[in-house]
Write a protein that binds this ligand. Structure first.
Ligand code: SF4
Length: 76
């Protein structure tokens, strides 16, 4: 089974697929206040802005991180 976890700041939701993560640490170096691999949960979306989160998610090399805007989800 795929391990998919979601973390939201109320505006945007971060989706993390554990199987795809190659632990490159790019997210951790980019936004150390948000991505804390030693903690559980390891993603703290409230400590950054939505724009910063989205920009960082786009840099994930493996596709483990993705996102959607909560308002888009509600419109479905
Ligand atoms: S940037 Fe992506 S692949 Fe790298 S540690 Fe973060 S989630 Fe995993």
């Amino acid at each position: 089974m795929e391990h998919v976890k979601e973390y939201t700041n109320g505006e945007v939701t971060i989706v993390w697929k554990q199987e795809l993560c190659v632990h490159s640490g790019i997210c951790v170096r980019g936004l150390p206040n948000v991505f804390k691999p030693k903690e559980k949960p390891w993603i703290h979306p409230h400590t950054s802005t939505t724009d910063e989160l989205v920009n960082q998610i786009k840099k994930c090399p493996s596709g483990a991180l993705s996102f959607y805007y909560n308002k888009d989800k509600k419109d479905e």
